[in-house]
Write a protein that binds this ligand. Sequence first.
Ligand code: MLT
Length: 409
Amino acid sequence: MATINDNYLKLKAGYLFPEIGRRVSAFAEANPDAPIIKLGIGDVTEPLPEACRSAMVTAVEDMGNRDSFKGYGPEQGYGWLREKIAAHDFQARGCDVDAGEIFISDGSKCDCGNILDIFGDNNTIAVTDPVYPVYVDTNVMAGHTGPCNDQGEYEGLTYLPINAGNNFTAQIPSQKVDLIYLCFPNNPTGAVASKSHLQDWVNYAKSHGSIILFDAAYEAFITDPEIPHSIYEIEGARDCAIEFRSFSKNAGFTGTRCALTVVPKTLMAKAADESDVELWKLWNRRQSTKFNGVSYIVQRGAEAVYSEAGQEQTKGLISFYLENAKIIREKLTAAGLQVFGGVNAPYVWVQTPNGISSWDFFDQLLNKTNVVGTPGSGFGAAGEGYFRISAFNSRANVEEAMRRITANL
Ligand code: MLT
């Protein structure tokens, strides 16, 4: 009989969000009239910007014409999209990133997992705790960890605690780690990193030959002008960092799918024979073998984000969700809860009341208020005692959810 990848058996029962979905579905089945409001998974609710929609409609028409029809696109993504990203998202912020170093993809989650294809199996890996579970689970699947203990920590991973005490920014480890996952603005805590904190990480990575895997999926939510949007704003980052970005949260593409990964051509890692190898070449090889690109129609929609109208409309979406986050922060604070994040990020990280566990608080909110959030412990052992509330929903739902929660604390 064929055998399986046994590493999958080490994974905790379900990926966090499907597990929440399963519990919510069971509740909804038992309580069909319950007016459930979902502030769990960070999925956008507001319609796609008009600029993106009309660019996609035009692109559909292009596909109906022999002269403008497109078959397979370039594996790295169309040059016209990559050029706009390089100019607007990177060069305008002083980052030395060229269109040739950008790879268009169907999602940051996918890329954060797929990137492991080009790294060896013997790297030591550091993640923060709490952390976006994809970084951990994909390493478990790839066989980079031992089993999981009762707190949900996998043997072999280096966990860097982030908490209110360290402003949700991890202390740089004293030992060497080869791969470091950083996510800013942070999912789940909503924290941001200063330039000097990121400079410390870049200095560490350069002195140890480590690679930083920098997830910037929420960069558009940064409102503080002092906070860097890209790791490449930091001196030396081209030699030690890969950056992941997405159109999901800024332009509402969670269902449409478009993202990008930057692999600088100067970025090297060691082969088994100790020679230096360009990671760009490996990622390009990996993508052209396993991926056929994002559809022309969707890439045209993403390109429209950079038009004048697209910029205005995406800024409107971000302000809308940030206003939701502000309402969540203010209502919960006024009700006596301790809250973090939600200023430069769409997530509010809440300390559960009276020391109640994250999953108990989840059940309590679901049962008493029909509001769904995400238990902090689902993001790691150090997330126990916390709860994440997403600002992605309509204004009416956010206001109603806050009314119900504060009335039931
Ligand atoms: C989340 O809720 O953490 C995100 O929606 C997950 C994701 O973007 O994959």
